[in-house]
Structure formats: structure tokens, C-alpha cells
Design a protein around this ligand. Structure first.
Ligand code: A2P
Length: 279
């Protein structure tokens, strides 16, 4: 007998590499974060990024639909059974104009091929690590701050986050507050390790306790005075940078001024850089 086939399976459209949204948080009119299921076989190193997105609009002539994908840093740590992302909302952005409306239960596309340079393997051993972020460039550090390896490798973890307005710092502030208050994290990472974190938020266009671009605050020594440290030293200090092209270019010059050299997966050195992707 011939097997009976029906079209039921075809009637339910499934995305390629579909993952299901499990949580969405809107931080400001321009920023949101969300969590999705993680493919059972997907491995990654904390700090890496993947391509995610939605199906695009049908082509006006052929009617064909193609996935619309962008690179996103994974904001959750490698041990988490879900994946977290932190995104801007661009009203006329091809992807984020639509992605900002996702709800729990919706599906997104996730290509499970993580890559990136903001990984511990790309840095030489040191004593102090600096995470320099602007805007959504904080995402890979949200992963690395929840990664036990960060604290195994370094005695001090300095996290700078520069945004235009104070509200844009809410995601990083809450992430660090929660990290310090969470019993599971205390157990996983250890209170003595979490005590290594020093958070240094700054704003550039709205009054806040610390104002100015991080590059300026490094160059004029304000950061070092505020944190009570002598400066950046090639023997002890390592850095990871994630922000706009402008920030990345300018901070590279500052770090190289202190004698640090840029590393890569295949050639670990003193600092690594990745641009904050969706912008
Ligand atoms: P500023 O307000 O002085 O431009 P954006 O929202 O444009 O991505 O910027 C995020 C933050 O990064 C802002 O506070 C912005 O400061 C800062 N920023 C932008 N370009 C640079 C740069 N070249 N060096 C340091 N900080 C920068």
C-alpha cells in the first residue's frame, strides 16, 4: 500500500533554523533585549556573535522570500540554556523595525555558527581586564560578565559603558546589579570573584554622575583617578572593546599609546575589538 501523504506539514510554515522567543524586555524607545531557545547542539564561547533575523518581505516580482539576517553578539553566557540578545530599534531599519515587535512564542531565525574575537582565547594572560562598551556594544560583555572563566583569568574586571543618556545605561546597570544579587550566580562564580567587578558608566548628552566619552576620560586620567589605579600597563592590563566604528578607532589609538597590541584568535595579544553590529 502507498503511504497516505497530506499537506498538513506544509500548511504550517516553519522558518529555517527557527528558535522560539521566550522573553522580551523594552528598555527605552530605542533599546530592547530578548531571549530565545538555544539549539541543542549549538556550542559557543562567551563573547561570540551569530547571525539572527526574520524572513524578509516577498520579492516584488518573483514573490520569493529570503531570510533577513544581521550579526548579533550573544549577550548570554556559554553555559546558559537560552540565548539572549540586546538590540537597538531603528524605525526604518530593515530588520529592527520588525524585530522590535517580537513577542514570547514568536519565532526568529538563528544560524548556529558562532564566531568572534571578543573571546578569552584571543588575549594573553594578565591581571586586570577592561571591557570598553558604547551603546549596544555592551552585549558581549553581558555574556563575559556571567562567564566564570573571566574571573579565573583576572583579579580585576573593569566595565565601562558610555551612552548618550542615562536610561541607555539601564540594561548594563541592572545586569550587574542582578549578577551581584543572584544566589545562583554567587554559587556559580563566587562572591569573591563577583567582587572583582568595577562598573564605570558614563553619559555624553545627559547629566549623570560621570560625564564624558571614555576615550577622553582615559586620556586625561580621570578614569584612573576615579578607580584609584596608576594607569594601563602592558604587563598587567588586557582589554576588550565593542562599540561604534568611531569608538573602536579612537580607543585603539589610546590603548596602543599605552603599549598594548591587538590580538586575534590565532595570535593572542593585549586587546581585541569588535564593532557593535546593528546600528
Ligand atoms: P557622543 O554623544 O559624544 O557622540 P551612538 O549612540 O552614536 O552609538 O554613541 C554611543 C555613545 O558612544 C555616545 O555616548 C557617544 O558619545 C559615544 N561615542 C561615539 N563616538 C565615539 C568615539 N569616537 N569615541 C568615544 N566615544 C564615542
Amino acid at each position: 500500500q502507498k503511504p497516505v501523504t497530506t499537506d498538513t506539514a506544509k500548511a504550517v510554515p516553519t522558518l529555517p533554523d527557527a528558535q522560539t522567543v521566550t522573553a522580551v524586555t523594552h528598555w527605552t524607545d530605542h533599546l530592547f533585549s530578548f531571549r530565545v531557545t538555544r539549539p541543542a547542539t549549538m556550542r559557543f564561547r562567551s563573547g561570540e556573535f551569530v547571525m539572527i533575523g526574520l524572513m524578509g518581505e516577498p520579492h516584488p516580482e518573483t514573490g520569493k522570500v529570503k531570510p533577513l539576517l544581521r550579526a548579533y553578539s550573544i549577550a548570554s553566557p556559554a553555559w546558559d540554556d537560552e540565548l539572549e540578545f540586546y538590540s537597538i530599534k531603528v524605525q526604518d531599519g530593515p530588520l529592527t523595525s520588525r524585530l522590535q515587535h517580537i513577542k514570547v512564542g514568536d519565532e526568529i531565525i538563528l544560524r548556529p555558527k558562532p564566531v568572534g574575537t571578543l573571546v578569552h582565547d584571543a588575549l594573553l594572560p594578565g591581571k586586570r581586564i577592561w571591557f570598553f562598551a558604547t551603546g549596544t556594544g555592551f552585549a558581549p560583555f553581558a555574556s563575559l560578565l556571567r562567564e566564570p572563566e573571566t574571573y579565573e583569568k583576572f583579579d580585576e574586571v573593569i566595565v565601562t559603558h558610555t551612552c548618550r543618556n542615562a536610561a541607555e545605561l539601564d540594561y548594563s546597570r541592572k545586569l550587574i546589579d542582578d549578577l551581584l544579587a543572584d544566589e545562583m550566580m554567587q554559587e556559580l562564580i563566587g562572591p569573591e570573584n563577583l567582587a572583582k567587578i568595577r562598573y564605570y558608566p558614563t553619559t555624553t548628552r545627559e547629566q549623570s554622575p560621570k560625564m564624558g566619552r571614555i576615550t577622553t576620560l582615559l586620556q586625561d586620567g580621570t578614569v584612573f583617578r576615579d578607580l584609584g589605579i596608576e594607569g594601563i600597563n602592558v604587563e598587567t592590563d588586557r582589554a576588550m572593546v565593542c562599540g561604534s566604528i568611531g569608538l573602536n578607532t579612537d580607543i585603539k589609538a589610546v590603548l596602543e599609546g599605552f603599549g598594548l597590541e591587538e590580538g586575534a584568535n590565532s595570535d593572542p595579544k593585549h586587546y581585541v575589538v569588535e564593532k557593535a553590529f546593528v546600528g
